[in-house]
Design a protein around this ligand. Structure first.
Ligand code: PLP
Length: 489
């Protein structure tokens, strides 16, 4: 079964080569993204003069966890990650998180979008001159997609729910060709799919929809690039095999979660935790509802979620996330964390690295560490997908709703939402719990989105289904290298 379409369309591929040649665009490979030491010197020289968010094709090479954490002129260093202070987590175990803020446009989703776009570009399955790239999303994916489209000089359509933060809409207006706001909030993914069907019916060949919830290129990017980045952190910190205990991630599209599959291939005893909002407990209870953890969608199970490999569900109360977001960003919260909790200056500075879903991921890691009663040397890994800068307007809204955040609030949030975070709303999955979640895919993907029962069954019964994916990265790299060669010719 070919999970990623790499069939070439010669004529369109030629057009794309021409487009890239005219604009001097060279595309990074998976190898470059995993290990930027392999990036050509000429590109590194250009990066010296380029801002992290500049709409300049050379920034395609900044689709890596290795960017120097500076606004302009940065090149590459080690993987961007932090250890979450135990004074915040209250766990015995160590919790580490990759940092997404230092990707171009401040979000890790720029990687998933690139890995969807690049194979289509180099095979000719997307026409950079005559088609619009459509990015259906619950927030950041369409930002990343619109950004990458702009770098390549192609037209894009960003689709996202109307209740997403104002920051996202404001920025999108500067890069996306078209923005479509779908009804509802974060968890209204069905409405996004409906819009895609409508666009397909009305615009047909003029568009290509890059659907992160079903495209294995998204899975592949995280398996390969995010997974390798965490392995590099493990190596750097010299963590012993026995202590590599867990990986957790919220499932928006299920992409980020795929890094867990890579880690488990390397460390078979590692537990993978999939997280969601308690206000929309689809995985925990087949539940539904609206929530405020922007970026993680729900009310469906993404096609690319390898459910059989998932060990635990953690459902996170969005109220905890919003309270902690205030604690980390309001003056009284920061004063408390500095003076009372005695976080170091660096740890205080790092508070801006947590977006709302990043906080949810940390809370999931706390739940996992407590559930398995992990010890001092044990480690759980997760991801801070974006940063606080994406959500400042939420602070204003919360102040208007609840009044100013006080020192007393800070004490309560630290002791309640963080230190007292417990193993409630956590489920360790049995074989049949997993099957129940897997079966939920039927309603979205077979009934609504035209997938086949044969493939649904293959996801569960065919051991080679998921195992066939990692090798695709090398195949895509070969296609990218051939394409680049012809662009330069
Ligand atoms: C802020 C944020 N957090 C988490 C996620 C979930 O990541 P994934 O879609 O890889 O599951 C997203 C996805 O768009 C996001 O925007």
């Amino acid at each position: 079964m070919n999970l990623i379409n790499l069939n070439k369309k010669k004529k369109i591929r030629e057009t794309n080569i021409q487009v890239c040649r005219e604009k001097g665009i060279i595309l990074p490979t998976f190898k470059n993204m995993i290990n930027p030491a392999t990036v050509p010197v000429s590109i590194k020289e250009k990066l010296k003069r380029t801002g992290l968010w500049d709409v300049d094709p050379v920034n395609l090479f900044r689709i890596t966890w290795h960017n120097e954490p500076v606004e302009t002129g940065g090149r590459f260093g080690g993987v961007n990650f932090i250890e979450i202070p135990k004074k915040l987590t209250g766990t015995k175990a160590r919790i580490f998180a990759l940092v997404g803020k230092y990707f171009p446009c401040g979000v890790h989703k720029v990687g998933a979008t690139y890995s969807c776009l690049a194979p289509a570009l180099v095979t000719g399955n997307f026409d950079a001159l005559n088609q619009q790239a459509v990015w259906p999303s619950t927030g950041n994916y369409c930002r990343g997609g619109a950004y990458n489209s702009a770098l390549l000089g192609c037209q894009s359509i960003a689709i996202l729910p109307e209740e997403m933060s104002q920051e996202r809409f404001n920025w999108l207006k500067t890069v996306a060709g078209e923005i479509i706001a779908t009804p509802g909030c974060e968890s209204n993914v069905k409405e996004i799919f409906d819009k895609c069907h409508e666009l397909n019916a009305t615009r047909g060949n003029h568009i290509v929809i890059f659907n992160q919830f079903e495209q294995f290129e998204n899975y592949l990017w995280h398996y390969t690039v995010t997974g390798e980045a965490i392995l590099e952190v493990i190596k750097k910190l010299n963590i012993k095999t026995d202590n590599i205990r867990g990986y957790v991630s919220a499932t928006g599209s299920g992409g980020t979660l795929a890094a867990g599959d890579k880690l488990k291939d390397t460390y078979p005893n590692l537990k993978i935790g999939a997280s969601e909002a308690l206000q929309c407990p689809t995985l925990l209870r087949n539940g539904f509802g609206g929530h405020r953890i922007e970026g993680i969608g729900d009310k469906h199970v993404p096609w690319i979620h390898n459910v059989k490999n998932t060990d635990m569900i953690t459902s996170i109360d969005d109220e905890d996330c919003m309270r902690i977001f205030r604690l980390f960003n309001e003056n009284e919260g920061i004063n408390y964390l500095k003076n009372e909790v005695q976080l170091s200056d660096k740890q205080i500075e790092d508070l801006q690295l947590y977006g709302i879903s990043g906080i949810a991921n940390v809370l999931s890691a706390i739940k996992m560490a407590k559930y398995y009663q992990m010890d001092e040397d044990d480690a759980v890994f997760t991801v801070l997908t974006d940063s606080s800068s994406m959500y400042k307007s939420r602070l204003e809204e919360l102040n208007a709703q609840n009044g100013a955040f006080t020192y007393k609030d800070a004490v309560a949030v630290h002791s309640g939402s963080l230190l007292h975070q417990d193993i409630d709303n956590t489920l360790e999955l049995t074989y049949y719990d997993r099957l129940r979640i897997h079966n939920l895919k039927y309603y979205t993907w077979i009934e609504q989105q035209g997938k086949t029962i044969a493939e649904l069954n293959a996801q569960w019964y065919d051991r080679n289904y998921w195992k066939s994916l990692p090798a695709m990265a090398d195949k895509i790299d070969t296609l990218i290298e051939e394409f680049n060669k012809e662009v330069k010719a």
